[in-house]
Design a protein. Sequence first.
Length: 72
Amino acid sequence: MYTGQEILKQFGRNVKAERVRLGFSQETLAEKMGVNREYISRIERGIQNMSLLKITSLANFLETDLHNLLRF
């Protein structure tokens, strides 16, 4: 079993790996998504919880499958 905090931290690591794979900075990804850079930073640090719809949108911006973001 995973705790909520462990899930958020692993999700954040997965997001960062996909962002880096594309060569995007946090600023670039934030701009594409229409959010501020701090929001992306909070996601990657496992502080920010996202809704499933936002996660789906994030996967599209990162040109990846949901599976890649939701590996735990």
